[in-house]
Design a protein around this ligand. Sequence first.
Ligand code: NAP
Length: 295
Amino acid sequence: MSDERVGFLGLGTMGAAMAANLARAGFAVTAWNRTRGRASELDSLGVTRAATPADVARAVDRLVICVSDTPDVEAVLFGAEGVAAGAREGQLVIDCSTISPSATRDFAERLAPAGVDLVDAPVSGGSEGAQKATLTIFCGGDASAVERATPILAAMGKTITHVGRSGSGQAVKAVNQVILAGTYLGVAEGIVLALKAGLDVEQVVAALGGGAAQSWVLANRSGRMIANDYPLGFKVALHRKDLAIALELAREMGAELPVAELAADFENDLVADGHADDDMSALARIIRKRSGLPG
Ligand code: NAP
């Protein structure tokens, strides 16, 4: 338990749940969200609100950011009344958004002259993980900064790994999203083949669960692919954003990722067809349609 004041910027699906867990862990949370009135459930947990990111920075020594994409983190840090405008020597910024590794290093370099450390700490585990404080977190930055971030991260997640210098946490998250792309596509193809072969698909899923093809996606998302119904867990549009980050990193490093490229193309088609807010398991729509099933 701690009664230290901690800042939180970005109260979306993930941020609101993570800020709530910080408050439950005993931190005194000062929060800000671009659109006012979001996450009113935080009021009953004693979370106070600030008018701008700079005001949050003036009130705390350590703060967490969880917003959508690279330009959004840049705006929150360096925009008018951004964090940098209220920052002072010795502060720590923990960025839990999923953004570009190279931009992260650039942000860290721009904060350093003011004596402000930046730790990149993207998360995996979805909205369920955010609510239950069981997120898996990959940290990039100086060891001393990651050490200062750890008690805060431990209130929001279960597995916290320091993976290297600034930007490395984001690079690991990119690897995570590439593996997920292949896993979702593989499970979708298997489900469609089972349907077309006239098998009892639920029985197939149960039987495969004990073998080498078992995965979180098979166990938790195959049901949606069978039902062709994709209620929200992780939005197609967000995974498409993450694949753009991963494919940019791959280009920079000279890696070829044909499966991730294919998943990105499929996700572009889903977005164009109005499925941006479907769960990512909606990748199965494309495989189903190509196989003559409703998609
Ligand atoms: P979300 O529900 O769409 O919320 C996005 C948040 O970012 C909102 O608070 C939004 O403010 C804020 N925001 C966006 N652009 C902004 C800007 N330019 N300036 C200030 N605030 C801005 O998204 P989410 O699901 O919480 O995701 C947040 C981050 O976590 C993303 O990087 C995502 O990739 C990552 N993530 C998400 C999941 C998941 O399952 N959802 C899992 C792992 C990681 P407004 O309220 O004003 O729009």
